[in-house]
Ligand binder design. Sequence first.
Ligand code: AMP
Length: 490
Amino acid sequence: MTEKCGVVGVSLDGREAARPLYYALYALQHRGQESAGIVTHDGFQQHSHVEMGLVGEAFEEGDLDVLKGGAGIGHVRYPTAGSVDSSCAQPFSVSFKSGSLGLSHNGNLVNADEIREELAALGHAFTSDGDTEVIAHDLARNLLEEDLVRAVKRTMQRIHGSYALTICHDDTVIGVRDPVGNRPLCIGELEDGYMLASESAAIDTLDGELVRDVRPGELVVLQADGDGFDSYQLLEREQTAHCFFEHVYFARPDSIVDETLVYEARRSLGRKLWEESGVETDVVMPVPDSGRAFASGYADAASETTADGESRAENDDGVEFAEGLMKNRYVGRTFIMPTQDERERAVRLKLNPIKSTIEGKTVTVIDDSIVRGTTSTQLVQLLKDCGAEEVHVRIGAPEIVAPCYMGIDMATREELIASDKTTDEIRETIDADSLAYLSTEAIAEVLGTERIDLCLGCVTGEYPFDIDGEATDRDVTRPDLGGKTLHADD
Ligand code: AMP
């Protein structure tokens, strides 16, 4: 069971946390639409409300009033294909001898089963098959023997995989990011306190200021008086493995993730796409909304240089940027439709062409990624039916050839169109006149990092963790059980 989600936590001085958490979850709705929940603590007891559905559906008037306390965390959960299971909705809460815990998790552990078996043998009873509950039980157990910081450290040494966590231990709110920083988590300053969120857009929504990203392997403890936070670098690795797909698809364009504004990153990737594989057509158009920033960067670069890399003549404006596809916003993500037939129908429901921008023209259509190939196949057909003379497809990410074990729902290997086809075979399948993907080098260059500092598992098939039956892209050092010296850092 993978968890692909948005997490948030706030600690406020003299104000209830529930409403800010609710607004922050709205800002993170794109990270999960299956369930939403909030856990708060008022200094005496924990309060929880977790429901299936979108944030607006999960909370009714009055639900927020009973979530008392200035400390709390929230969660939105991503839909997985197939069963919709309320036992995996979060935050997950557990009460134990020395207090209460609420836990929100974005990511996926690769050794959850092993830990679950060990804890079950010690008498822990599990109510779900999710890995979040495994973290909660392991931490609760450690908290019986250690203080919060040491208990978290022990749990971090035990769990392997990706995790961005917000945790409410009684009325203390903490944030934890896995040692390779696979999933995002950042710290924000509010007028009367501090917050943690998967993306900075949630901080903006609360009129806060982004302080910085939580560092890989760091524990951040928000002070109860809203005055600041303490930082403990609990585990350290030489390399990070930030998920490149957050920048390409998952995160909001207006979020700053790992010090990069996602919108600008996508525009730069679009520019690279032009430099690497630009094609002169009458018009370039995005697949809304995921391809928009890529297409605008691509068209910008195309107005400066020709596809051969020469400067444009003064009277040559390059490729025209136009909106040729209108999106029906009320149709859910095509990706999560359980059957292929439904997915194909949903693309038609979702996208409608604007005939005047397409008829009789050569067209370049730009999207962020091709997963199963459903969208691009339907789209090329749609554009040709609409009278396009040629349809060229450009993609702002490399070929996705392997599943994601780190928390993004990326379909099985068999379902991925690029897992067993060459780019030309894919071009043929989707019936495009040409098809090109962006290189992994361009991704690394634009994100301003070494290739090795990114998790590119879904495009290389090599992962930053040891996963049964899969290759690893590096010699991953297991957590140093001796540990680093703890230090506080304002
Ligand atoms: P497909 O139609 O299966 O090739 O999927 C590609 C489309 O789904 C693109 O328009 C992407 O923006 C979008 N997409 C890519 N990855 C995901 C994901 N993990 N979940 C939902 N949608 C996605």
